[in-house]
Design a protein around this ligand. Structure first.
Ligand SMILES: [Zn+2]
Length: 262
């Protein structure tokens, strides 16, 4: 069980760390040997010939989630998003300029386009199914960037990563248990600390699982509308929720420990 929890958390980690890395280092416009192989209503898919057969499934997954996510955020995206599907982890890692990345690095988003390894060749950590969640997670990052007019400086890491996991259906019991054990075995990092840590450290202190549960707590307790307001104006957290940040954090810890909110 412990192994499973760690794997699940690692799967989540893999997605997210990457956003930070690619944000810092542009992926450029290098399409390599990939060709435009499929178009859906909102996406253009580039792949090698061997991966064309997986594109219907990727397109269906993205389109099935597209309207819900853009409606939640209240902002339509005015152009098609490119999705690049690489045939191997090695090709993907080279494309993102981190050729020595470990196997858990499988997807990335630079705010404009998605890049991922083919679900047909997911490597040693991920699976076909988990990559179908990864692609939604990465799309959420793009949709949020549009909703915030690419206002990166004011963004909140726990909020972005927590929301991406929430919309991608990655918040499961293993993630909740992992976050719960982080807050019960030692003093949990505060939300401000989660936002201030470098991305690797964020991952090392279980920041992804913690973030996922913060967003789940906020949505289940206060609703999606307030969460979307928060995504757009994270600096206004206290006026949006009518509570101090400390009070919200305490409520979240109580939520993780299954205490009733007073
Ligand atoms: Zn992410």
């Amino acid at each position: 069980m412990k192994i499973r929890i760690r794997l699940v958390v690692l799967n989540v980690l893999s997605i997210v760390i990457f956003l930070g890395l690619t944000t810092a280092k542009s992926t450029g416009q290098n399409y390599d040997s990939l060709n435009l192989a499929k178009e859906s209503q909102h996406f253009n898919f580039y792949s090698s010939p061997g991966d064309i057969k997986v594109l219907d499934s990727l397109a269906k997954t993205l389109e099935n989630n597209y309207v819900r996510i853009t409606n939640h955020l209240g902002k339509q995206i005015d152009k098609k998003i490119n999705v690049k599907v690489y045939p191997t982890l090695k090709a993907f890692h080279i494309a993102i300029h981190y050729p020595d990345s470990p196997d858990w690095v499988v997807g990335s988003s630079n705010g404009k386009e998605l890049m991922m390894v083919s679900p047909l060749n997911p490597g040693s950590v991920h699976t076909y199914e988990s990559l179908l969640q990864v692609i939604v997670h990465e799309f959420v990052h793009i949709a949020v960037a549009y909703a915030r007019d690419n206002n990166i400086p004011g963004s909140s890491r726990w909020l972005n990563e927590g929301y991406a996991q929430y919309e991608a259906g990655q918040v499961n019991d293993a993630v909740r248990k992992s976050a719960e054990s982080s807050v019960t075995t030692k003093a949990p990092p505060g939300w401000t600390q989660l936002d201030s840590l470098p991305v690797m450290e964020f991952g090392n202190i279980n920041g992804y699982a913690l973030s996922a549960t913060i967003v789940e707590f906020l949505v289940l307790t206060y609703g999606m509308d307030k969460l979307v307001l928060l995504i757009k104006e994270p600096e206004n957290i206290e006026s949006i929720y009518g509570l101090s940040k400390d009070s919200l954090e305490k409520q979240w810890i109580g939520y993780l420990k299954h205490e009733k909110i007073e």
